[in-house]
Design a protein around this ligand. Structure first.
Ligand SMILES: Cc1ncc(COP(=O)(O)O)c(C=O)c1O
Length: 452
């Protein structure tokens, strides 16, 4: 879920918490030298709730969801904003997503189970996955999900048989790979669609898949889905992919006489992890996507379909931070200083997986300048267990509260129990109050599934 980001310089940048507000939640402020989020003093919060701890700002989440609705429907009324649950999922989060009038992307039986438990409206659920099991497909039909995005020929046959057996018709999108791969600042036309997801346009596979879905009983071909990548800054990558896919919609109409009723362009809008990062805004994204589809449809003389966008990271990344307690500061003269915290790759795998970089600050020294550069090290038995390489920090001391910014996406959702580490809890903050959304695990939780 991401790409490597820019590395900071090795010299201290002397920034204070005030300079980091662009990557922190909308409600973040520095008061009395401390970091506050959602009207809650994070240092006081840690005293009550402990560390390691994910803190999610409800106002930021609601604001981003509302912005997506506003700036997509501003251009075309029929747009679904589908929150990509893989970025961060909890029951409290799903209730907010439902409350804001958004849809939900789930990509496993477990994510569907969360949606059911949260009382999420099933007609607003889009189901993804490149290898949905028969059990998962059955669960989807039983739940009455809105749409299933089919990914391969075997799956569509399986789904058709299950739908016929239950006497239902399931709305289906076909996932296609438009041959446009985006990186943060540009895109490439890949030609060969080497992806485990979906059907390539070039070899005729996508057209074959659509004809198959149209022919199969129990399935209703509703439209197309694509997803060109994540952490994308260059909006022209999306524009290029839209050009390609709308042309394909025309071909479908010519060859089959069937109109594409829904075009889902996936997620991928980038976010600011570092202070110099300047991702496109949701407003700009809405214009490029929705106007782009409208214009391409007009150019080809076909009806503009219903649309869907599937943001994950851009809803939650900057809404969240991780708070740790500093346990030791180890200076290796002339080489590096390691600042060890009570978490690590079990709550943030993105650094070791993608070389991700984060802004950091000491929450109880938030108005002081960052005067040292060191590595924030986790507590796991892996030398690669680094949370932030070359982290800029206020001078750290044992017991300080170390805040890693913009960890709301793909951290808690990718967390593990490596070394039998209990996973951190998640608190939501709003209007000066905090509440547990996910409590911290206990040792009993760790052993709950052991049967021997
Ligand atoms: C199918 C699909 N939709 C949406 C998303 C969300 O992407 P992002 O979090 O970059 O917005 C992903 C993430 O990989 C995805 O695979």
């Amino acid at each position: 879920m991401g790409t490597a980001q820019r590395r900071p310089p090795a010299a201290p940048d002397h920034k204070t918490g005030h300079d980091l507000l662009a990557v922190l939640p909308d409600t973040a402020e520095i008061r009395d030298g401390r970091l506050w989020i959602g009207g809650v003093d994070t240092v006081e919060l840690v005293r009550e709730a402990g560390t390691a701890l994910f803190v999610m700002d409800e106002a930021t989440i609601r604001h981003r969801l509302a912005e997506y609705i506003k700036w997509t429907r501003f251009h075309w009324p029929e747009v679904d904003v589908v929150y990509a649950g893989k970025a961060f999922m909890s029951l409290a989060m799903l209730r907010i997503v439902a409350d804001e009038g958004c849809c939900l992307d789930v990509s496993s039986g477990g994510e569907l189970a969360y949606a059911l438990r949260a009382g999420f409206p099933m007609e607003r659920v889009y189901v993804h996955g490149n290898n949905k099991t028969e059990t998962e497909l059955l669960e989807c039909l039983e739940a009455g999900v809105g749409r299933i995005v089919v990914d391969n020929f075997e799956e569509m046959e399986r789904l058709s048989a299950l739908a016929v057996a239950r006497g239902v018709t399931q709305a289906v999108l076909v996932r296609v790979t438009p041959g446009v791969a985006a990186d943060t600042h540009d895109f490439i036309m890949t030609g060969a669609e080497d992806s485990k997801f979906g059907f390539g346009l070039n070899e005729g596979l996508a057209m074959e898949a659509i004809k198959r879905v149209i022919a199969l009983p129990g399935l209703e071909f509703e439209g197309l889905h694509m997803h060109i990548g994540s952490q994308i800054f260059a909006l022209h990558s999306f524009a290029k992919a839209i050009e390609v896919i709308v042309e394909f919609m025309c071909e479908i109409h010519k060859e089959t006489g069937v109109a594409v009723g829904l075009l889902d362009v996936g997620g991928g809008l980038g976010v600011a992890y570092g202070v110099p990062d300047e991702p496109s805004t949701i407003e700009q994204f809405g214009k490029v996507i929705v106007d782009g589809i409208k214009e391409e449809c007009e150019r080809h003389g076909i009806d503009t379909p219903r649309m869907a966008v599937e943001p994950g990271r851009s809803i939650v990344a900057n809404a969240g931070v991780t708070l740790y307690t500093v346990g030791s500061v180890k200076e290796i003269p002339g080489i590096r200083t390691y600042v060890a915290v009570d978490g690590g790759m079990s709550d943030n795998i993105r650094t070791s997986l993608y070389g991700a970089h984060y802004e950091t600050l000491i929450a109880n020294k938030a108005d002081q300048p960052r005067e040292m550069v060191g590595s924030v090290a986790g507590k796991h038995c892996e030398s690669g267990d680094i949370v932030v390489n070359d982290a800029q920090l206020q001078c750290p001391a044992v017991g300080d509260v170390l805040c890693v910014c913009a960890t709301g996406a793909y951290c808690q959702s990718m967390s593990s129990n490596y070394n039998k580490q209990v996973r951190p809890g998640v608190v939501f903050v709003a209007d000066g109050q905090w509440r547990w959304a996910v409590r911290r695990e206990t040792y009993d939780d760790l052993m709950r599934t052991d049967v021997g």
